[in-house]
Design a binder for this molecule. Sequence first.
Ligand SMILES: [Zn+2]
Ligand SMILES: [Zn+2]
Length: 187
Amino acid sequence: MNTVSLPPDEWRCGILISRVPKDGTAYSESFSLPLDAAISHWGQEYIPAEPIHADIEASYVNERILARVICRAEFTLPCSRCLAETRVAIFGDLRYLFTLSGEAPEDDDEADDGDVDVIPVDAFESEIEMTPYIWEALLLNLPERALCSENCKGLCHICGYDKNIGDCGCKEDNPDPRLAVLRDLME
Ligand SMILES: [Zn+2]
Ligand SMILES: [Zn+2]
């Protein structure tokens, strides 16, 4: 399977600015985004188990558009202990504030609350392309590691046997050689 670290070119998740009601009520749109490549991130590959699902909710706040991106996806990646294929569910929820004048944001309350990125959109644009933000919501929520189960016993360090299946019989604890000498003396 190919790997990608950027969203596919086919993804088009534009929100038409004219569709967002001026009275402050929310406009929402959902996207089902197919991904036929693994995402390369954290030095490993996340294989999509199904299309990425994104919900965008946009509303006017003081002449700007506040967009909430909710992203749901499922990926498989190797268990960090035993390497078994492990399925993980991703949930991302980010908010962005788009200034529609094309100007860089000045200091204001919305920007100051810390968890909203303020992004200038050129005044002549009729659409806000949300793909980069959906991708961001996805990547920021990919787990660095996955466990097939909380109690995964992992692989034997000596023979590589999957200890979840059974005991391979290797003695993994390295006995201290000085203790071995003492034991010999006592016998
Ligand atoms: Zn495991
Ligand atoms: Zn072993």
